[in-house]
Design a protein around this ligand. Sequence first.
Ligand SMILES: Nc1ncnc2c1ncn2[C@@H]1O[C@H](COP(=O)(O)OP(=O)(O)OP(=O)(O)O)[C@@H](O)[C@H]1O
Length: 301
Amino acid sequence: MEKQSQDRTHVAQSYQVRPLDETESKENMPAVSDAARHMGEFDPTKTLNTSANTKIDVRHTNFFYGPKQALYDVSLPLRDRQVTALIGPSGCGKSTFLRTLNRMNDLIPGTRTEGEAVFDNFNIYDKKTDVVLLRQRIGMVFQRPNPFPKSIFENVAFGLKVQGKSQKFIHERVEASLRGAALWDEVKDRLNTSALGLSGGQQQRLCIARALAVEPEVLLMDEPCSALDPIATLKIEELITDLVKDFTIVIVTHNMQQASRVSHFTGFFLSGKLIEVAPTVDIFEHPHQKETEDYISGRFG
Ligand SMILES: Nc1ncnc2c1ncn2[C@@H]1O[C@H](COP(=O)(O)OP(=O)(O)OP(=O)(O)O)[C@@H](O)[C@H]1O
């Protein structure tokens, strides 16, 4: 027991230890109940479903960038129509893990994935998996909004045109997707103007609309608010709360308040390992692992 506790201390000490600042003091850490009180609508505890079906069942995943191992034996059920947040210090493998789910790491030469991620009875990592189809079913939104230098309409229509859909279908889906991304009212009168003229927050919602247009089942979000101001962040968080009624969402975030506001489950990563996954309220209020407690109380990271 003592040895285990020493090991944990060692892990924690190998990260940069920094003093707590005012916003990170233990008293101010994001108890879900506090966050919910302040945020009104945001209360994932009300929609937490611990018996939701597993949409993607990740089992014993190892991931390598060439000789460097970045993920170690990660097993994690991603629940249907629930938000799972991935938290942990910089470089712990959150984004790498997220990108294994729609095979985005394939674009990096020399990478290798072991294990299984079972989605609809097939293994995402299997060589035979059709990655184009996979990425339609498992869409992704990146850290920085990345609209194409085209009109607002063309951005959302892009994937549908690639699929050869009819004009009528495309027009209907573009409107539905922009509505789904809570952007329609702001852009309906300027659909043919450049997407680059939108604000950062609008661009990010446009990227969400672009992902929604091809009717995915899962949305992966890699720090979707990190480049946005607080108001735009709030809009994206409201949107996540709304979208999860229809989609399974996995979000990487550095912001623990955000994890507590929007997610049902949280996974804590450290040094490429999943230390703990549990309902978000438990992770923040009763973490089982000392490393998790140290991280959420701001002792390292
Ligand atoms: N293209 C790459 N080639 C080699 N190593 C990489 C590459 N991308 C990431 N890594 C390494 O893999 C490990 C995990 O990185 P990853 O970006 O997944 O962590 P993260 O938790 O998402 O970090 P951050 O919060 O800073 O984005 C790190 O050691 C990182 O340096």
